[in-house]
Design a protein around this ligand. Structure first.
Ligand SMILES: [Zn+2]
Length: 371
């Protein structure tokens, strides 16, 4: 296997004209002959026009998202609870009913916990299972377990992480038409949504009492050949970028940079934020940049990306630099959510996904002479 840098290094000691020829040949080979697992490193996203952005965002509806996607998630839903079962059904039913034709799989397993052996279920929705490359959006749907001595108080984990999960459901619904078209036109790159169970520690955070779902799924994906029948590549090779959303829904979140290799994608989120701001698409958003700060380093946080990061998957971790003030308190409920922030971030994420997938929405023609 060759490396592009080797050729450029050689150039220092060879005639310049030969050099440009060599670099030219290198790029031709590169464009046509790179292994599919390296295509993600050179992926270029589309940039939608303002008309295309307006067309795509016309399908979003925060009020509808709140009622149809978010409220059914705002129940006690720790692993193996009745609420967990109801939320699984909600996610499955919502995605299975869309026109785009999602394949939803339940990854059921058991794990030892401080409370004995418990069942867990991850949900994985794949737009086009035949596509080798996947943009992954992930969240955890379990809520943190609080034992019954809290006198009937319920922890609903609105930011942690009902809102991120509702954002993924709303995205799939709002982009149903575009994703259906993208699926039929691109057999190489697709979208995958992962809803993890058991992110929270059941008793106290340790390496074994936390991240139950993501630890299980990362290991399973690593052991699953991909594409089907492959001998040297597995499902983790199929992940272009693993975007994890967590603790979203409180006002004024700031997302800093955690990983140098995916910084360009955080920069793109900032760029989308600027574009939507200039189009007046964002609510209570006084400055062109409020949320995404690729130039600001942010500390690492243990979360569902860790088992994937440890196996070489490229990560974009969208968790605010400062956790919400209600974090792991009973006040992390619907009342303390910030609707404008949730609506704005949903719009930015939606455009990010379309552009990454090179999916251009159809712009309705404007009949200027219509009566
Ligand atoms: Zn939590």
């Amino acid at each position: 296997m060759w490396k592009r840098s080797d050729n450029i290094g050689v150039c220092r000691s060879i005639m310049p004209s030969f050099c440009s020829l060599l670099i030219g040949v290198t790029f031709i080979l590169h464009a046509s002959g790179i292994p599919w697992t390296e295509e993600k490193l050179q992926h270029s996203a589309a940039t939608l026009t303002n008309d295309e952005i307006s067309a795509a965002l016309s399908h979003t509806d925060l009020g509808q998202m709140w009622e149809r996607d978010l409220k059914p998630l705002l129940v006690v839903r720790y692993p193996s609870s009745a609420g967990s079962q109801a939320v699984q059904e909600h996610i499955n039913t919502t995605l299975s009913s869309l026109e785009a034709g999602w394949e939803v799989t339940m990854d059921r397993f058991e794990s030892d916990t401080p409370y004995g052996r418990l069942p867990f279920t991850n949900l994985i929705a794949t737009l086009n299972p035949a596509a080798k490359r996947r943009l992954v959006l992930a969240c955890h749907y379990d809520s943190k377990y609080y034992p019954p001595q809290w006198h009937g108080k319920e922890f609903l984990g609105a930011t942690d992480s009902a809102v991120p999960c509702a954002m993924l459901l709303e995205l799939a619904r709002a982009l149903d038409e575009e994703l259906k078209a993208q699926k039929s036109s691109n057999n190489n790159l697709t979208l995958q949504l992962i809803f993890f169970d058991g992110e929270e520690a059941l008793f106290q955070w340790t390496s074994t009492d936390s991240l139950y779902g993501s630890r299980h799924l990362a290991e399973k994906m690593e052991a699953t050949p991909h594409p089907e029948g492959a001998t040297d590549t597995n499902q983790l090779h199929g992940i272009d970028l693993f975007v994890l959303l967590d603790l979203i829904g409180a006002p004024t979140p700031l997302f800093g940079n955690k990983f140098q290799d995916t910084k360009p994608w955080l920069t793109r989120l900032q760029n989308i934020e600027k574009r939507l701001h200039s189009m007046n698409q964002l609510v209570e958003h006084p400055n062109s940049v409020q949320y995404f700060w690729p130039g600001v380093p942010a500390g690492h946080v243990f979360d569902d990306h860790i088992p994937f990061l440890n196996r070489g998957v490229r990560i974009l971790h969208l968790i605010p630099a400062s956790f919400p003030s209600v974090w792991h308190r009973f006040e992390d409920d619907e009342e303390n959510l910030d609707r404008p922030t949730i609506g704005n971030l949903s719009k930015i994420l939606l455009i990010f996904v379309l552009e990454y997938l090179n999916a251009r929405p159809t712009v309705p023609t404007n009949p200027q002479n219509a009566p």
